[in-house]
Design a protein around this ligand. Sequence first.
Ligand code: MLT
Ligand code: MN
Length: 312
Amino acid sequence: MRLKVLGSAAGGGFPQWNCNYRLSRGVRKGEQGFRARTQSSLGVSADGRDWIVFNASPDIREQIAATRELQPGEEGPLRASPIRAVVLTNADVDHIAGLLSLRERHRFVIYATARVLRVLAENSIFNVLDGELVERRELALNVPTPILDCHGRPTAIVVEAFPVPGKVALFLEDAGKAEEGFGTQEGDTVGVRIRQEGRDAAALYVPGCAAVDAGLKQRISTAECLLFDGTVYTDDEMQTAGVGTKTGLRMGHLHIAGSDGSMALLADVAPQRRIYVHINNTNPILDENSPEATAVRAGGWEIGHDGMEIGL
Ligand code: MLT
Ligand code: MN
């Protein structure tokens, strides 16, 4: 099984279009130790031919342009794509807006939880994906689901979605329910366990996660590779950077650093390959030469970047 990080940044990308914080400025200037990153997405394939895209980011067109494997084969028919399915882990803009770029009458399948499918159903703009061509299939929670293409043929990739502590998409927050997670319900945010049919080796992809509980730790301890929420390094980072008022937890993202951060909480369970993805443009680990990036690497973590490949 091959995994390819298509986009390693959080919503906004790196640099973000309107951001003038030192990190976005650094990458714009091409400073040493900085690399540009597109928004959150992962490609997975069992055979290198059929691909499943996990989360369709607003940058998907650019990501396909940068990824030979996701382009039509040179000898293929006039309209073709190796993308057989899109799996969604939540309904955030950075994970669903790219669906709109996948119109043009290509047949594929969308897999998502009932909660996320409801968001697509309630926003009629997604009808640009003709239901005759783009089937929407429910991803049941806590059950291994073989990902099938539009003809019902196996892609040999099996996905198990499991709920993680998180938050309903920003544009669906119910301000009147601030005390109850802004209306967040089970299935709004999931992690996925990904493996190839007939093999045990699994990758866990969890781009959004607000807390580490015993269940999550147990799942992580049985995976060979972990791609985990690396949105913020410290919870109050957006405030100290002066670019925003929200904490990481308010956005549904657990910070990396500190005794209550993901690096410490997962130290005894995370597998050899542990990679931070969904990295926000305020996160100091985006500067490869920063003390924070050094600390993360010393903790055994890799800092995800676009084009990063993992073989399992
Ligand atoms: C998030 O991950 O918190 C969201 O993508 C934020 C957003 O919708 O911009
Ligand atoms: Mn996001």
